[in-house]
Design a protein around this ligand. Structure first.
Ligand code: ARG
Ligand code: ZN
Length: 882
């Protein structure tokens, strides 16, 4: 059954090419609810680059082996060994040979949701990272690429739809039975983690796409019966993604069909299986009545992400799992750029950076910190992290910033050409950019190897006599687990010097050269840059567009920040300047709150927010972002040590109340000006107007006045779409205790049969920052709408409580920590991946004040002590406690 002894960690330095290669795979899959039978015919041959005379070692996990033949002859029991993790042919002939392996698996009992499982009666698969070994014995590693032909057979009644990778070849009834079959062939060699099949009773929406060279592709999105009208937006996003990838990266689709299947039980967001993407249904299904603007934006991005993997991930895959960022960081960068082109680029950048700071920065600052390319792992599924994905994308973005638009594209072109069909490495990726541009990227490669968030300290001096302006920059990188000594990084620092009239001054360096595209290259621990012809004292705008994922400190005064908030031509820094003022205040106010006192809200902040609200030229979506007060987690991260979540909550509540009081008339007027016109449309401009109106409502309600709460109630009662309805519900739930229960009940009554909407309802209640939240969450685990077996339900309720309700998760009495530990211990027996993900909510436990730190540690130790804890969960607890 499961692995008992702790296996040794896998190390990047131990990589060796496979000893055996697989050229073709023929699979015959007989679907059955409890006993699916898989016949695999593998054409193997010794790898000339492998060790001579090697045994054939095939990975396996929870398989029942039924038969095994070599070149058609049954193998003697002495010729092979089967263990819980492998099938080994001890002394195979050292030549090309064919193995036929028959295994049986139980899809209904597969609660790990890895390998072949059933979701609401639909058969589906998830093979990344190591799920294929739960279907058949195979060299389950990404550098073994084979051509797959798959025959799927099932009861026609149970599974009228049968889908596989590649192109459909044939299908029909199995004569004389109630079964039918379909054969799929994928001509592109691929690693087994990209294998997929689906069988079930599904409805389809169909469309087509004509590629740049005129090839017609049939597109299908398969959903649960009755839900096709919710798949239209995903189809639209898919077609736009296909066009965009041709136009921006020259990547054309390469099969006759492209299918997407939405399933209700899924461990992650979605999966890029070749020609057959499988999605968590929350990232496919959307209608104005059930999805928010944020849901639509997520769908657009994730549809694009999985589609873009067709080149960055599938045509060029990873040599080993250490190279995961090679496909993930790059593909996140690509989906970010796609959404930036489809929507507002500055607003997209602001939300991407907020995500990076809220998810990746704490990871990089805690016990789970790891490099973008880790050098060791125990459980690879625990490395599908914000660091690999989001920081990985930032690293690619920096490459583009350093090389410029054209240089970056030249590197990408070379990569796509040189490595098509390869299982590649980060070194090979970087070499393409180095070769295409004639540059040395040795120092840049440290971004892949060193963990932790670099810190940049910047100060500026203006010399009135010489009209020179000097920027002094110092970089440092804190120690992180396993990395005590660090080397200086190359940091592209985009800057501007903003003159008193708000305009950017020319950036002419002392030696007469220009800071190319406004980017300074920081390569040393300390560096100075002197600009000439600066006739008046400028305000420096630093790290424009968040050009590098660093923590920046500067000597800017509050007045300077206020100036930038009003005048910076860089929208990101305009946003960030006001955030910096707010964050500075919240840190001071949290300390004061803890000491039982209070500090006044800086006028500059109210002024900055007021000016933003008043500026009619600004994009409403931008204003909505600018109005947001840094989250409690943002403040906790800024404080860093000895964190008291209650003090932060109090400080933030006071700030929001003060801002509300100061800006109420303006907020109300802006709210009224953005009343909806016409029917709901999910486009970015309409979404931006709703976002601004809802931000105004939120801040108004933070004042707690009867007038504001009445407005929220009307907003809730009259909403004609999920964005407005759910936003108003959240406002009422957080700010209007009297209105809360009736509103929650009305919402539930209306959407009780819609699990994805019920998730919103669960998540919202889990986030209420009141002591009763804990009992409410406990009670909801017994609600008929909740199911411990469905990852979306669990993440909505338990994940939201642990990740988004800091005061109640970190209750002083430890009950919040205990709740998570109980949930993890229970879930781990069924779905270790889900358990490990939830457990990562403890990632910042060491930064808590001593009492809460002790209860977090006790909870972690209790999980660690559970007999039979999964490798997934024990890896996370182990590193968390190290
Ligand atoms: N490659 C997928 C994606 O980015 C993620 C799949 C991860 N699944 C897992 N079980 N680790 O889009
Ligand atoms: Zn991905």
């Amino acid at each position: 059954m499961s692995r008992d002894a702790v296996p040794p960690p896998v190390r990047l330095g131990d990589y060796r090419p496979p000893d055996w290669l697989v050229d073709t795979v023929h699979l015959d899959v007989q679907l059955h609810p409890t006993a699916a039978r898989i016949r695999a015919r593998l054409a193997l041959r010794p790898n000339p680059e492998g060790r001579e005379g090697s045994p054939i070692v095939l990975d396996g996990d929870e398989l029942s082996l039924k038969s095994l033949t070599l070149d058609g002859v049954p193998l003697a029991g002495t010729a092979y060994v089967v263990t819980a993790t492998a099938l080994t042919l001890l002394a195979p002939p050292q030549r090309a040979l064919t193995l036929e392996i028959e295994t049986v698996v139980n899809p209904s009992a597969n609660t790990k949701l890895m390998g072949l499982y059933r979701s609401s009666g639909t058969y589906c698969t998830q093979c990344e990272a190591e799920g294929f070994r739960r279907i058949t014995y195979f060299p389950d590693r990404p550098d073994v690429l084979a051509v797959y032909t798959t025959r799927i057979e099932a009861e026609r009644e149970e599974a009228p739809i049968l889908l596989g990778n590649g192109n459909p070849v044939e299908s029909g009834p199995v004569e004389g039975t109630s079964r039918h079959y379909a054969v799929w062939h994928d001509p592109w060699p691929k690693p087994c983690y990209l294998f997929a099949l689906v069988g079930g009773r599904l409805d389809r929406i169909a469309d087509d796409f004509v590629t740049a060279t005129g090839k017609k592709v049939e597109l299908g999105i398969y959903v649960e019966p009755g839900k096709t009208e919710r798949a239209g937006y995903a189809m639209d996003a898919l077609k736009r993604s296909m066009r965009w990838d041709e136009e921006v990266f020259g990547c054309e689709y390469d099969l006759d069909v492209f299918n997407i299947v939405a399933v209700a039980d899924f461990n992650m967001g979605a999966m890029e299986n070749k020609g057959l993407n499988i999605f968590n249904d929350k990232y496919v299904l959307a209608s104005p009545q059930t999805a928010t603007d944020a849901d639509y934006a997520n769908i657009e991005t994730i549809i694009a992400h999985e589609y873009f993997h067709n080149w960055t991930g599938n045509r060029i895959t990873c040599r080993d799992w250490f190279q995961l960022c090679l496909k993930e960081g790059l593909t996140v960068f690509r989906d970010q750029e796609f959404s930036a082109d489809a929507r507002s680029r500055p607003v997209k950048r602001i939300s991407d950076v907020r995500l990076l700071k809220s998810h990746q920065f704490p990871e990089d600052a805690g016990p789970l910190a790891h490099p973008v390319r880790p050098s060791t792992y125990r459980e690879i599924n625990n490395f599908y992290t914000a660091t690999v994905y989001e920081k990985g994308a930032e690293v690619v973005r920096m490459l583009k910033t350093l090389l410029g638009e054209e240089g970056f594209r030249a590197g990408m072109d070379l990569y796509l050409d040189r490595h098509d069909g390869d299982a590649a490495t980060v070194e090979e990726f970087l070499a393409c950019f180095a070769d295409a541009n004639g540059v040395d990227l040795t120092q840049f490669a440290l971004w892949y190897a060193q963990s932790g968030t670099p810190q940049l300290a910047v100060s500026g001096t203006w010399d009135a006599a010489t009209h020179r302006y000097r920027l002094d920059v110092a970089q440092s990188l804190p120690a992180t687990p396993g990395q005590d000594q660090k080397q200086p990084m190359v940091i592209p620092l985009a800057i501007g010097l903003v003159g008193p009239d708000g305009r950017d001054l020319p950036l002419t360096l002392d030696d007469g050269s220009n800071a190319e595209r406004g980017v300074l290259r920081i390569t040393e621990p300390r560096q100075s840059f002197v600009f000439r012809d600066i006739a008046e004292r400028p305000v420096p705008s630093l790290n424009r567009g968040f050009s590098a994922p660093v923590k920046l400190s500067s000597d800017l005064s509050t007045a300077d920040l206020l100036f930038l908030a009003r005048h910076d031509s860089d929208p990101f820094n305009r946003f960030d300047a006001a955030q910096t003022i707010a964050l500075g205040h919240l840190v001071a106010a949290s300390a004061a709150a803890r000491a039982g006192s209070d500090v006044p809200v800086p006028d500059a902040l109210v002024e900055a927010l007021g000016a933003t609200l008043a500026d009619g030229a600004l994009d409403p979506a931008f204003v909505a972002q600018a109005l947001s007060i840094p989250s409690e987690a943002d403040v906790a991260r800024e404080i860093g040590v000895d964190v008291d979540p209650d003090a932060i909550h109090l400080a933030r509540t006071r700030l929001r109340r003060a801002v509300s009081a100061a800006l109420a008339p303006q907020l109300a007027a802006t709210y009224d000006r953005h009343a909806p016109a016409g029917t709901y449309s999910p486009d970015a401009a309409s979404a931006g107007r709703r976002a601004l109106r809802n931000s105004c409502l939120d801040l108004l309600a933070a004042g707690g006045t009867p007038d504001a709460l009445a407005r929220a109630q009307v907003h809730f009662d009259t909403a004609d779409n999920m964005t407005d309805r759910f936003f108003a519900l959240a406002v009422l739930a957080h700010a209007a205790p009297q209105a809360r229960e009736p509103a929650l009940a009305a919402f539930h009554e209306r959407f009780r049969d819609d699990p994805l909407v019920v998730d919103k309802w669960l998540a919202l209640q889990a986030q209420i920052a009141e002591p009763e939240a804990l009992e409410r969450v406990r009670g909801l685990t017994r609600h008929p709408a909740f199911a411990w077996t469905n990852p979306n339900r669990v993440r909505a309720l338990i994940g939201s409580f642990a990740g988004l309700n800091p005061t109640q998760f970190h209750r002083a009495d430890g009950a919040g920590h205990a709740l998570l530990a109980d949930a993890v211990i229970d879930i781990d027996g069924r779905n270790p991946q889900l358990a490990a993900r939830l457990l990562a909510a403890f990632k910042s436990w060491r930064s808590l004040e001593p009492g809460r730190r002790a209860s977090a540690e006790a909870a972690l130790r209790r999980v660690a002590a559970k007999p039979g804890l999964s490798p997934d969960a024990s890896d996370i607890v182990g590193r968390s406690l190290e």
